[in-house]
Every structure is written in structure tokens, then in C-alpha cells.
Design a protein around this ligand. Sequence first.
Ligand code: NDP
Length: 278
Amino acid sequence: MSSPDRYAVFGSPIKHSKSPKIHKLFAEQTKQSMEYTAQEVPAEAFKMAVSSFFKAGGKGLNCTLPLKELAWAYADNSTDRADLSKAVNTLILQEDGSVLGDNTDGCGLVRDLTLNNKINIKGSRILILGAGGACRGIIAPLLELAPHHMVLANRTVQKSSDLAAEFCIFGDIEGCGFADLKRQQFDLIINATSASLNDQTPPLPENILAEDGVCYDLAYGNRPTSFVLWGMDHHAKKSLDGLGMLVEQAAEAFFTWRKARPKTKPVIDALNALRRFN
Ligand code: NDP
């Protein structure tokens, strides 16, 4: 019997990654012969670690913090969505031995919002907090769904203004600082800052969330994040964290490797059952 195909996630820190569990459940569900491990790889060891992995017969990798930009630079070729985000979270060994880079984060968010949570994007007013790597990956896929307009608000205002200028070909988008968010209301507020990781929430005006508005934090944990709690306190119709996005981006990566699309709901349910809330 041939040995299972090898996949892995590289990152630092990686100890608490849920990706091995997610891909194990996907593989069982779709009856794929594969193994998926998590490997601690700091930025300075990235190139060597990736080359060794593929030389030893590895078929595909996920890359997470702080390696996504390095993975984009490493790939021999990359998809349009990876080039737009200038970041790669999925490396795929091609038949000719070259390595293709892809970014499945934006697609993962859109699938979680629209398919799992039935949130309507078309015609909606969207606020994204943050202007870092994750923000870059989600702007174009959201603008492609034709929201009314999108505002990016970031602590460092220059970064949100620059991103808005770069993505304005995709739709109505404006960049600003938190203090500029005075009289506007939004149907969907997405927290793409890493503030939740320190139990902080960007400063937002009291009435910024429209009636029946939705809050979504890209961050996730075993407890509701500070932004999920902010959404609950401000009567959001739904206040969600990024666990669904995590599973959806993994499913898209799995699909690029195995050409089999796993069902995500049972996996999201299984991970939610391990948390103290859902
Ligand atoms: P980056 O480090 O690239 O960007 C961080 C952003 O957060 C910057 O805009 C930064 O502002 C802002 N920020 C940091 N601290 C604060 C604070 N205290 N108050 C206000 N703004 C703050 O991170 P990423 O973009 O890669 O990741 C952002 C979040 O998204 C993380 O929580 C990450 O875990 C999550 N994520 C989740 C995924 C999922 O599958 N669910 C996938 C990818 C990311 P400034 O520019 O001023 O420094």
C-alpha cells in the first residue's frame, strides 16, 4: 500500500493551530489518503523548510503568520487572488515540479458570510477595521459582491487610504481613521485588526451599527472575542467570529490540493462543540 500524501501548515507560533484537526476531518469525510501536520517555522527558516518539505515528497502547504508574504515571494507562480493580496496561505506542488501560490482567505470569509450565515452583501454598507495582511485579502472578494460602499478604518490612517486607492477599481471604497467614523452607519462591520488578540476593540461611535447590522471578527478563540462581545452589546443581529472563515479557507485549500470539496458544516460543528460557547 502506498504511503499517504503529505501536507502541513507552517507558522510561528503554530502549537494551537486547528488546521491538522480540520484537514483530518476533511480527509476522513472525502476518503483521501493524506496526512497533515503542523510545523513551527520562523520567518528566517522559511525558504529552507519549504524546499526540504517539497524535496522530501510533500504535496502542499498552508502558511500562516508570519509567513504569508514570504510564501507569496517563494511561489514560482501565483493566482490572481494571491497577487491582489500579496500574500499566499496555500502552496501547491504542480505536476511539472513548480510551486503555485494561492490565497484562500478572502474566499473563505465570503463563503462563511454568504453561505453559512446567509448575510447579504449586495447593496450593503460595509466597514472594515484594519489595513493589514488579512484586510488586503478580503477587500476584492467582498467588493465583487457589489456592496453599496465600503469604508476601511485603521489606526495608521495612511495604510487604509493607500489600500482604498489601490482597490478602488473594484468598487466604491474609502480609507480613513477611527476618529473619522462619526455620522455613518454600517450593515456589516468586519474586524480585521489583531486588537482582539489583546482583548481590545478599536474605538467606535455608539450608533455606528445599523439596525439588524452584523458584526464579524476575523479573530477567533475558545471564548467570544472582545469584538464579538462589542457586537452583542450593540444589538447586532449576528456577532460572529472567524472560526467559520478558518474552516472555509481550509476547505478551499483542500479543494486545490485534492480536487474534492469537503462539507464544512460538520467540521464547524465539531470545532464549535470543543469550545465553551457557539
Ligand atoms: P496584521 O498584523 O497584518 O495587521 C494588524 C492590523 O491590526 C493592522 O491594521 C493594525 O493597525 C491593527 N491593530 C493592531 N492592534 C490594534 C489595536 N490595538 N487597535 C487598533 N488596531 C490595531 O494582521 P493580519 O491582518 O494578518 O490579521 C488580522 C486578524 O485577522 C488577526 O486577528 C488574525 O488572527 C485574523 N485572521 C483570521 C483568519 C481566519 O481564517 N479566521 C485568516 C487571517 C487572519 P496598524 O496598521 O495601525 O498597525
